[in-house]
Design a protein around this ligand. Structure first.
Ligand code: ADP
Length: 621
C-alpha cells in the first residue's frame, strides 16, 4: 500500500518521528525558557531582598532612638497633670522625627497599650488615645524588647509595617515607641510587567504585593485558631483572611515551582507563573517572585512551529525527491521502451528489406522468365502461323492434285486426240485441241501462282484491302470442293468494300473460315455458306459474317474455340490450329473475331474490321 509513491510505513515512521521531535522540541524549549526565567527570578529575589533590607532597615532603628529620648521617658513617668504640659514638646518631637526619616507615623505607647503621643497628633485621623495593647508588635516589644509586624492601621485603614521598641525605666518596660512604615514605595518600585512580587508574613498572609488585590490574602490555608488569633490582634484590621485562589501544578527545583494564579492583567482569567521564594532578610517573612510563563509558552509554540516547518519542508522535499525519482524512472522506462521499439523497428525493417530484396530478386527472375517465355511464345506463334499455313497447304494439296490432275488428264487426252487429228490430216481439229490445251495450262498457271502468293511470308504492313478479292481467292482454292460437295456459296459483299488488313493474311483468314464451313456443311442436308459484309459504319469499321448450315459449334468447344489444338475432327483431318492462327491474324489487323451458333442452326463467325487509316489505301493486287 503506497500513497504518493511512499509506502505506509514511511508515512508512519515520519509521523512518529514528527511527534517525537515536536514533543522533544517543545520540552526543550520549555526547559530552556523556564531555566532562563528562573535566572531572572533569582536576580529579582536578590533585588527584592536588598531593597527590603535597605528600605526597612532604615526605619528599624527609629523606635529605638525614640525610646532613648529623655522627654519621652519623662512623659511616660509623669502624672497626668504633668504630662499635659510635657505632651506638646513630645508630639512635635515625634512629628519632626517622622518628617526627617519619611516614615508613616511615629508614636509613643504607654504600658497599657494606649497611644499617648504621636507624630500625627494634629491630623484628623490621629493615633493618640488609641489602644494597641492587643497588637503583637506592642506585646512583643513589652515582652522581648522589640516587636515587628505588618498590619493595617486600625485608625487609618492604611496597611504598613510596624516596628516597636520597649521604653525602659531601669529594667521595667514603661511603654513602647513605634514607627509605621508604608510599603507603597516598595510595591511601586518592584512592579514589573509580567511579574509579581510579594512578601508573605509568618502567618502565610501576603503583606507586600505588587498586585493590590492579592494583598492580605493567604498563601496557605488558615486554620480556625489562626483565624481567631488574627481577628484578636486586629492585625489586618479585622478582616477575614481569604486564601489566594491558586494551584500548584508542578515543581521546577527546590526553590521554584509552577502555579496557576488569577491573571493580574485580565480579571477572571488565570496565568501560569514560575514561583520562586527566599526568606526575607528580617523576621520570618518570605519574599516571592512570580514570573509569567507566557514567554516560555511562546518559545514552545515557536519550537513546535519550527519543528513542524522543518518537517513540512522535509516532507515536501521527500515527496519532491520521490516524484522526481518516479519521473526519472518513468523517463528511463520510456527511453528503454523507445530503444526496444527502435531495435524492433530496425530488425523489422531489416527483415522487410531482406524480404523485399528477395521479392525483388524473385520478381526480376520472374520478369526475365516471363520475357523468355514471351520470346519463346512469339517464336512459337510465328512457327504456328507458318505451320498453320503449311497445314492449309497440305489440305490444299488434295484440292490442287485434283485441280491439276483434271486438266493434265484433259491435256493428255487433247494431245492424244490432236496427234490422231494430225495423222488423220484434220489440222483444224488438232489446232482446236491445242488451243484448249493452252487454256488449260493457263488456268493451271493461275492455280500455282495462287499457291505461291499464299506461301509468301506475311507482310506486317496493314492497308485497305479489297474483301471481295480475298473471298475470290479463297473460293478459287476450294473451287472443286464447293462444286463436288454441291455447296451453295452466297457472297453478298458491296463492291469496292475494303477492310484494314494485310492481303495474304486476310486470304488465309477467309480460307480458314471457309474451309471450316465446308467441313461443317459436308454432311448436312442443306449445304449453304453465306458471306456478308455491309457498308463501313460512320467510323469506317466493316462487319463481315460467314454463316453456314452445318451442325453448329459443339458447346464444349465454343469457350475454347480460338485456342490452339482445339478440334473435334478425326486425327489427320484437323490440327486445331486454324482458328487459333485466324484469331492471331485478326488481332494483328486490330480487328476482332467472334463465333456464335445461329438460332436457325449452323455457326456464324463475325469479324469486326477496324477502320482503315485514310492515306494507306491499296487498290487491288
Ligand atoms: P480444325 O479445323 O483443324 O479442327 P479449327 O481451329 O479450324 O481446327 O477448328 C476447331 C474446331 O472448331 C473444329 O474442330 C470444329 O469443331 C469447330 N468449328 C470450326 N468452324 C466450325 C463451323 N463452321 N461449324 C461448326 N464447327 C466449327
Amino acid at each position: 500500500m503506497r500513497y504518493k509513491g511512499i509506502p505506509w510505513w514511511g508515512w508512519a515512521a515520519a509521523a512518529v518521528l514528527y511527534v517525537g521531535a515536536a514533543a522533544a522540541a517543545v520540552e526543550f524549549a520549555w526547559n530552556r525558557a523556564i531555566d532562563a526565567l528562573a535566572d531572572v527570578g533569582e536576580h529579582r529575589l536578590d533585588l527584592y531582598a536588598a531593597s527590603l533590607k535597605s528600605e526597612l532597615g532604615r526605619f528599624e532603628m527609629v523606635p529605638a532612638l525614640v525610646a532613648r529620648q529623655d522627654s519621652v521617658r519623662a512623659l511616660l513617668k509623669a502624672s497626668p497633670d504633668e504630662a499635659r504640659g510635657m505632651l506638646p514638646a513630645v508630639d512635635t518631637y515625634l512629628e519632626a522625627v517622622n518628617d526627617d526619616v519619611g516614615s508613616g507615623a511615629v508614636d509613643v505607647i504607654d504600658a497599657h497599650g494606649t497611644v499617648i503621643a504621636a507624630s500625627n497628633w494634629n491630623q484628623p485621623v490621629s493615633f493618640v488615645g488609641t489602644n494597641v495593647s492587643y497588637r503583637p508588635y506592642f506585646k512583643d516589644a513589652l515582652a522581648q524588647g522589640r516587636g515587628r509586624f505588618f498590619g493595617i492601621g486600625t485608625n487609618t485603614g492604611v496597611p504598613g509595617l510596624y516596628f516597636a521598641n520597649a521604653i525602659h525605666d531601669g529594667d521595667t518596660a514603661i511603654g513602647a515607641a513605634a514607627v509605621k512604615v508604608s510599603v507603597d514605595a516598595l510595591e511601586s518600585a518592584w512592579r514589573t510587567p509580567g511579574e509579581a512580587a510579594i512578601v508573605v508574613d509568618s502567618n502565610g498572609v501576603i503583606v507586600i504585593s505588587t498586585q493590590p488585590e492579592w494583598k492580605f490574602t493567604a498563601m496557605r490555608a488558615i486554620t480556625e485558631p489562626q483565624q481567631r488569633d488574627i481577628q484578636a490582634s486586629r492585625q489586618y484590621a479585622g478582616r477575614i483572611v481569604e486564601a489566594l485562589q491558586f494551584r500548584r501544578v508542578g515543581d521546577w527545583n527546590e526553590s521554584a515551582w509552577i502555579g496557576i494564579f488569577p491573571d493580574p492583567r485580565r480579571a477572571g482569567d488565570t496565568a501560569r507563573f514560575l514561583v520562586m521564594s527566599r526568606p526575607a532578610p528580617q523576621g520570618q517573612d518570605t519574599i516571592m517572585a512570580l514570573l509569567d510563563t507566557a514567554g516560555a509558552r511562546r518559545q514552545q509554540r515557536i519550537a513546535f512551529a519550527f519543528v513542524t516547518g522543518v518537517f513540512l519542508i522535509a516532507a515536501l522535499y521527500a515527496l519532491y525527491a520521490v516524484q522526481r525519482r518516479r519521473v526519472i524512472v518513468e523517463k528511463l522506462k520510456a527511453q528503454e521502451a523507445l530503444r526496444r521499439a527502435n531495435d524492433q523497428l530496425e530488425t523489422t525493417v531489416a527483415q522487410r528489406t531482406a524480404a523485399l530484396t528477395q521479392a525483388n530478386a524473385q520478381m526480376q527472375r520472374e520478369i526475365a522468365e516471363r520475357e523468355r517465355t514471351e520470346q519463346r511464345l512469339r517464336a512459337t506463334q510465328q512457327e504456328i502461323v507458318h505451320a498453320g499455313k503449311l497445314a492449309v497447304i497440305g489440305q490444299m494439296a488434295a484440292g490442287l492434285t485434283h485441280e491439276l490432275n483434271q486438266p493434265l488428264v484433259a491435256i493428255r487426252t487433247l494431245c492424244d486426240n490432236a496427234r490422231t487429228f494430225f495423222e488423220r490430216n484434220q489440222p483444224a481439229q488438232a489446232i482446236a485441241n491445242l488451243e484448249r490445251v493452252g487454256r488449260l495450262v493457263d488456268s493451271m498457271a493461275v492455280l500455282t501462282s495462287e499457291l505461291k502468293a499464299f506461301a509468301r511470308k506475311p507482310e506486317v504492313e496493314r492497308v485497305a484491302v479489297s474483301l471481295g478479292e480475298a473471298i475470290a481467292h479463297a473460293r478459287l482454292i476450294y473451287e472443286s470442293r464447293i462444286r463436288d460437295e454441291a455447296v451453295r456459296l452466297d457472297v453478298r459483299i458491296a463492291p469496292g468494300t475494303t477492310v484494314y488488313a494485310e492481303s495474304s493474311q486476310l486470304q488465309q483468314v477467309i480460307v480458314n473460315l471457309l474451309g471450316n464451313a465446308l467441313d461443317a456443311v459436308r454432311d448436312a442436308s442443306t449445304r449453304v455458306i453465306a458471306m456478308e459484309a455491309g457498308e463501313a459504319d460512320a467510323q469506317g469499321r466493316v462487319r463481315f459474317t460467314i454463316d453456314d448450315t452445318g451442325p453448329g459449334i459443339a458447346p464444349d468447344v465454343l469457350a475454347h474455340l480460338f485456342e490452339p489444338f482445339v478440334t473435334t475432327k478425326p486425327r489427320g483431318q484437323g490440327l486445331g490450329l486454324g482458328l487459333a492462327i485466324t484469331s492471331r491474324i485478326v488481332e494483328g489487323f486490330g480487328a476482332k473475331i467472334t463465333a456464335t451458333n445461329r438460332d436457325e442452326g449452323g455457326a456464324r463467325f463475325t469479324i469486326e474490321f477496324a477502320a482503315a487509316e485514310p492515306q494507306r489505301t491499296e487498290h487491288g493486287r
